[in-house]
Design a protein around this ligand. Structure first.
Ligand SMILES: [Zn+2]
Length: 392
C-alpha cells in the first residue's frame, strides 16, 4: 500500500453509514452485529423499497452471513450506500489545519530515527492549497472467483498531484466518527477548483488507488493464473487420454483389418466375399478417420495447444474497474514546521517545509556538511547545534 491511499476500514464505513442514515432522518436500533433501521416515509433510497430494514455488519468471510444488506468494505451494499451518500453531497469540503490534527505533527524520518527529542513543534502556514480526497471503488473480476471489491480513500494535491499521505487517514478517522463534529469544521473558505482540474485530480486518484492495491491485485492475478494453469493442465490430460485412446483404437483396427484380409480370401460364396469386402472398407475408413484425428491432435500438442492455451488464459485474465465515489475538496495549509530539539542538555532549532495532512514537503540538509538528512542519516544535537549522524 502506498502512502497516498488508505483502505476504508469496517469501523470507518460503519461510522459513515451511521451518519448518512441519521442524516436522512432515520433511526437506528443497534443490536450487536445488526442494525434495525427505520427511515422516514418521504425518504427514497435505491437500496431498499421498505421503510424498515436490517443491516448486517461484518465481513464476507463470516461464514453464516449471506445477507443482501451486508455492510463491509467489500460488499455491494456498502457501494450502494456510498453511491447514495455521494449523490447527496457530490463534492464535500473540509479544511485541514493544525487544529484539525491537534498539533500532532507527522515528523520526517530523520526526526523519528533521531536520538534527539522534540521539545516543541509549531506550524507556520504560508499559503493555502487545495487537495482532493476521493473514495475509489475498485471492482476486480475473474472467472474463477466472484467479483472482489475494494474501497480506497486517496488524497492528493489538485495542482501538483502529489499525495498527501496522512490526509486520507485523517479524513477517515476525524470526519467519519459518529457524533463528532469535524474539528476545523467545514470550510468557509471557497477553494476555487475548475471542474477539469478536479476531474484530472480524481482520475489520478483512481490510478493511485490501483497502485495502492498492487499487492492485493497481484495476489488475485496469481490465483487467477493458477486457476488457468489447472484448467489448462486438465485440458492437456484430456488430450493425452484421447491420444492414448486413438492409438489403441488404431492398433485394434489394424489387427481387425489383417484378420479381415483372410476372411475375404476364405470366403465360400460371392455373397460372403462381398460382405467381407464391405466390412473391410468400413474398417479402413474408420482407421483413416482415427489416424487423421490423431495426427491433428499430435500437431496441436507439438504446438503446445497454443490456441487453447491463449483462450484459457484470456478468459482468466483479471479485469479491474475503478469508479470514483464521493470526492471531498480539502483546504490545507503549506508552510513551515519549526522543531525545537534537545539532546543531552543541548538544544537546537530546525525548520522544515511542511503541510498539514502531507507531512514534510521538502528536504533539509545538514548545516555542517550539506549532507541530506534522512532516516539513515538522522539529526543529532551537538554543542554546535543540529548536525547529521555522519558529522558525529
Ligand atoms: Zn553533517
Amino acid at each position: 500500500m502506498t502512502d497516498a491511499t488508505h483502505s476504508v476500514t469496517q469501523s470507518a464505513l460503519e461510522a459513515l453509514t451511521h451518519e448518512y442514515l441519521k442524516g436522512l432522518g432515520g433511526t437506528i436500533r443497534d443490536d450487536g452485529n445488526r442494525w434495525h433501521v427505520h427511515l422516514p416515509a418521504h425518504v427514497n433510497v435505491s437500496f431498499t423499497d421498505s421503510q424498515e430494514f436490517e443491516i448486517v455488519l461484518g465481513t464476507r468471510e463470516d461464514p453464516d452471513v449471506t445477507d443482501e444488506r451486508l455492510l463491509s468494505p467489500e460488499s455491494d451494499f456498502a457501494q450502494q450506500v456510498l453511491d447514495e451518500a455521494a449523490k447527496m453531497a457530490p463534492v464535500g469540503q473540509v479544511s485541514l489545519t493544525s487544529e484539525t490534527v491537534e498539533e500532532n505533527y507527522e515528523y520526517p524520518s530523520w526526526v523519528t530515527e533521531s536520538t534527539a527529542t522534540v521539545d516543541h513543534a509549531s506550524f507556520t502556514p504560508y499559503y493555502d492549497k487545495t487537495g482532493v480526497c476521493v473514495f475509489v471503488r475498485l471492482g476486480v473480476e475473474t472467472v474463477s472467483e466472484y467479483q472482489t471489491q475494494f474501497l480506497e480513500a486517496v488524497a492528493l494535491d489538485v495542482d501538483s498531484k502529489t499525495p498527501f499521505p496522512y490526509a486520507a487517514e485523517i479524513l477517515l478517522s476525524e470526519f467519519f466518527q459518529p457524533k463528532q463534529s469535524p474539528p476545523g469544521g467545514n470550510s468557509n473558505r471557497e477553494p476555487s477548483v475548475r471542474s477539469d482540474e478536479l476531474e484530472n485530480a480524481v482520475s489520478v486518484g483512481q490510478k493511485r488507488a490501483v497502485e495502492g492495491l498492487q499487492d492485493e491485485l497481484d495476489s488475485i492475478r496469481e490465483s487467477a493464473s493458477r486457476a488457468a494453469d489447472s484448467e489448462f493442465e486438465e485440458y492437456q490430460q484430456l488430450q493425452e487420454q484421447r491420444i492414448n485412446e486413438l492409438q489403441k483404437e488404431i492398433s485394434s483396427l489394424s489387427e481387425r483389418l489383417q484378420k479381415s484380409a483372410s476372411t475375404v480370401d476364405d470366403a465360400d460364396s460371392r455373397k460372403q466375399r462381398v460382405e467381407a469386402l464391405e466390412q473391410r472398407r468400413e474398417l479402413k475408413d474408420e482407421k483413416e478417420q482415427a489416424e487423421e484425428e490423431l495426427s491433428e491432435l499430435l500437431q496441436r500438442k507439438e504446438r503446445g495447444y497454443a490456441q487453447k492455451r491463449r483462450s484459457i488464459y484470456d478468459r482468466h485474465s483479471i479485469e479491474i474497474q475503478t469508479k470514483p465515489l464521493a470526492a471531498t475538496l480539502v483546504n490545507y495549509e503549506r508552510g513551515e514546521l519549526t522543531l525545537e530539539l534537545s539532546e543531552g542538555g543541548r538544544t537546537a532549532t530546525l525548520r522544515v517545509p511542511y503541510a498539514v495532512g502531507a507531512g514534510a514537503t521538502g528536504e533539509v540538509d545538514c548545516k555542517n556538511c550539506d549532507e541530506r538528512l534522512s532516516g539513515e542519516n538522522p539529526v543529532w544535537v551537538c554543542v554546535d547545534g543540529a548536525q547529521c549522524r555522519k558529522c558525529r
